[in-house]
Design a protein around this ligand. Structure first.
Ligand SMILES: NC(=O)c1ccc[n+]([C@@H]2O[C@H](COP(=O)([O-])OP(=O)(O)OC[C@H]3O[C@@H](n4cnc5c(N)ncnc54)[C@H](OP(=O)(O)O)[C@@H]3O)[C@@H](O)[C@H]2O)c1
Length: 264
């Protein structure tokens, strides 16, 4: 039976994915920083903080001890900070990257030796549409997802020889409880517009599709014999974002993004 390890499965996209994969017959291990129970919706819930190397090693070793292999790693754990880029301290950015970027590196490096040895595996990194475009008042989150895109795209070339696939899932706004923590150095010059744009972000998330939509795309990626690098999960106008990025000049892309966030 295929063994799946998915980080951050206590709620949101991680929970929806772990639940769906369990229903589909996979042997699923989900994680939480503070698990309240040892199993959830039929899958095992392990303790994991992706910011902590010892925690990562212990989690991976637990799965290996129980099953002998990890076939699919889903790097989903993530969080969000928002505000003007100027308002973010270097420490804000570092904390965000510890989860969204370095957490993925820690998990991937811990699991890869087992996948290389088995000459098979699939690593699925949860990126975002924010991994391919700039978004006002979400700049640090955007930076963390762009880093993830560059890392994964490069790693894919290196892992092919070992039969290990790597894919990036790029959801648009998804209706989860993801919390956006404000940057720690507010600058009065951004008052008003910061709140307006943040309200648009929040409204987009609250009106987005449920996380089960992402889970179904992840299942499709896992089942593919030849997994793609990118899988989009978009609704409505979001569908055009990657095309806009590829086909339009920067000035026109910026015009559309400014309009979408009502900043002129
Ligand atoms: N929601 C969206 O609109 C959206 C869109 C595009 C991409 N994404 C991406 O999708 C992923 C999941 O987001 P979501 O919306 O489902 O968020 P969420 O509902 O807030 O869930 C985040 C999950 O990550 C876990 N987590 C947070 N920090 C962690 C850490 N340091 N170590 C281990 N686990 C940690 C949380 O578990 P505990 O708190 O129990 O530890 C939780 O299960 C993220 O990578 C996010 O960037 C979300």
């Amino acid at each position: 039976m295929n063994t799946v390890l998915i980080t951050g499965a206590s709620r949101g996209i991680g929970l929806a994915t772990a639940t769906l994969l369990t229903q589909q017959g996979y042997s699923v291990f989900g994680t939480s920083r503070q698990p309240q129970t040892s199993s959830l919706n039929g899958f095992s819930l392990l303790q994991l903080d992706v910011r902590d190397q010892d925690s990562v090693q212990q989690c991976v070793q637990t799965v290996i001890n129980q099953t002998g292999h990890i076939d699919i790693l889903i790097n989903n754990a993530g969080h969000n900070i928002s505000g003007a880029v100027e308002e973010a301290s270097a420490e804000d950015a570092r904390q965000l990257f510890e989860t969204n970027f370095f957490g993925v590196i820690r998990m991937t490096s811990a699991v890869l030796p087992y996948m290389r040895q088995a000459k098979r595996g699939h690593i699925i990194n949860i990126s975002s549409l924010a991994g391919i475009i700039g978004v006002p008042y979400l700049g640090m989150y955007v930076a963390s997802k762009h880093a993830l895109e560059g890392y994964s795209t490069s790693l894919r070339y290196e892992l092919r020889q070992f039969g290990v696939h790597i894919s990036l899932i790029q959801p648009g706004d998804i209706r989860t409880g993801i919390v956006s923590v404000p940057h720690s150095n507010p600058v009065a010059a951004y008052d008003g517009i910061r709140e307006k744009v943040t309200a648009i972000h929040d409204s987009n998330v609250n009106n987005g599709p449920p996380p089960e939509k992402v889970a179904r795309v992840i299942l499709r990626a896992i089942r593919s014999r030849n997994p793609r690098l990118h899988y989009l999960v978009t609704t409505g106008q979001e569908f055009w974002v990657p095309w806009m990025r590829r086909l339009l000049p920067d000035w026109l892309t910026e015009y559309f993004i400014r309009n979408a966030y009502d900043i002129t």
